[in-house]
Design a protein around this ligand. Structure first.
Ligand code: HAM
Length: 434
């Protein structure tokens, strides 16, 4: 750098990396509301909040999410540290939450252990509406229960959240993809179905046929969709235990009056799922971009990551996709109320006293704002008006010395001078009347 001291630095402006975005103060209204509701629902249903690191050992996702999944194969941000370790930005919560569950001895707590997370995830995707490289999820995991009631509870919680934030028209699609006892037989049936049709499927599906034939059901290529429509259905090939589990899930949903659509092609793009899988989709085709959320049961993941045999189920919803959907539905949100009090200060002494007074009123839960960067009374009165304040407090040198303050009713312009000691009482009296 020193050598270039005299060189003029080339002016450069920066932009947020492709597929990422800034969340500005004006964007916070919905986010805060959704997170607050999710937080309350999670608490109400007995979920404890867990925060895991954004970076994890790459191997955790290779093993957990699955080496052959799109997420691990194509979408992970992976890097070598100076120490030579391979770390990845988390593309999903589930493997990290299970790692934390095992590492911190949560597996010895009474089961099931219910964990909830909110935060950013990273996937290297082709950016488009509702598909970002950094996005946020609300995620629930119930670890240590094989009861179908726990599958349904996760689904129920998302519907409660949708309802409480005022999101309408969300469809539940559901399927069962069996277990290690019944899935291999279905895979054979499916592979046989596709065997002499490989010239009618896409290149990716030809590869998938060898590695994970269930993923063929998920392909969006037109020719693959056409062929898929006559493919054998997995629910006709479930073992007795998976069949009964799924039947019971559907009965619980009926009991809760949560409508669902059976989708025998729903397989989900992550390797760990067993039995129940589900997704939430907007019903309005014109605004649908992608699933709002999804999840399912994953009875082998805990063991795969080094724990005991522990059945589990969970689900995640994209925060940005929920907000996009709310906007598409023109959902209304109460904007934050205007400040009730605007503090006007005139002169250095008043500014000094004003800083202290501001904090005293804030501590009394009086919604107050100020403009310490301005000096003229005219400007400050205009700002008070713009802010929608009911009352302006005017503090000049004389008021500081006499320990008084002027209260101005902004609607009618009437002013009176009162003792500073009586200010809180007077403000509370005025606001309790309205
Ligand atoms: P997922 O289906 O990969 O599942 O993601 C869940 C949700 O995250 C999606 O439905 C979508 O709303 C949001 N999402 C995913 N990718 C993006 C993206 N690029 N941009 C914006 N939003 C996105 C999982 O992640 C599983 N871990 C869920 C789970 C928890 N299963 C069991 N437990």
């Amino acid at each position: 750098m020193p050598k270039e001291k005299n060189l003029k630095l080339k002016k450069k402006t920066f932009q947020a990396p492709k597929g990422t975005f800034d969340i500005l103060p004006s964007d916070q209204v919905w986010r805060e509301k959704i997170c607050k509701i999710a937080n309350e629902v999670a608490k109400g249903y007995g979920f404890g909040k867990i925060e895991t690191p954004i970076i994890e050992d790459t191997e955790l996702f290779v093993r957990g999410t699955g080496a052959d999944t799109d997420i691990v194969e194509k979408q992970m941000y992976t890097f070598k540290t100076k120490g030579g370790d391979s770390l990845s930005l988390r593309p999903e919560f589930t493997p990290g939450v299970i790692r934390a569950f095992l590492e911190n001895g949560l597996s010895s707590l009474p089961q099931p252990v219910k964990l909830y997370s909110v935060g950013p995830l990273f996937r290297y995707e082709r950016p488009q509406a509702g598909r970002y490289r950094q996005f946020n999820q609300i995620n629930f995991e119930t670890i240590g229960s094989q009861s179908s009631a726990t599958d349904v509870q996760i689904i129920q919680m998302f519907f409660v959240i949708f309802k409480e934030i005022g999101l309408k028209g969300i469809n539940l699609q559901i399927n069962s993809i069996g277990c290690k006892d019944c899935r291999p037989a279905y895979r054979k049936v499916l592979t046989n179905y596709y065997r002499n049709k490989t010239d009618r499927i896409c290149v990716d599906c030809r590869r998938r046929l060898k590695e994970n034939p269930l993923r063929l059901l998920d392909c969006k290529e037109e020719k693959c969709v056409i062929l898929r429509n006559s493919a054998p259905h997995i629910i006709d090939h479930l073992c007795e235990s998976c069949h009964n589990h799924f039947k019971s899930v559907l009965e619980f949903l009926d009991e809760l009056e949560i409508p669902y659509m059976l989708n025998s092609y729903l397989v989900r793009g992550l390797d760990y799922y067993t039995k129940t899988v589900f997704e939430f989709w907007p019903e309005d085709e014109s605004v649908r971009q992608a699933a709002l959320g999804g999840g399912g049961r994953y009875d082998y993941l805990v063991k795969l990551l080094g724990g005991r045999d522990t059945p589990a189920v969970g689900g995640g919803c994209g925060l940005e996709r929920i907000i996009n959907q709310l906007n598409a539905q023109n959902a209304k949100i109460n904007l934050p109320a205007s400040p009730r009090v605007f503090l006007i200060q005139l002169g250095d002494l008043a500014k000094k006293k004003g800083l202290k007074l501001f904090e005293q009123l804030r501590k009394e839960n009086i919604y107050i704002t100020e403009s310490f960067s301005k000096d003229s009374i005219k400007t400050q009165l205009r700002l008070a008006d713009k802010a929608g304040a009911k009352v302006a407090l005017i503090l000049g040198q004389q008021e500081v010395l006499e320990k008084t303050i002027i209260i101005r009713d902004m609607a009618i312009g009437v002013q009176e001078t009162i003792k500073q000691d009586n200010l809180v009482k007077e403000l509370k009296k005025r606001f309790s009347k309205k």
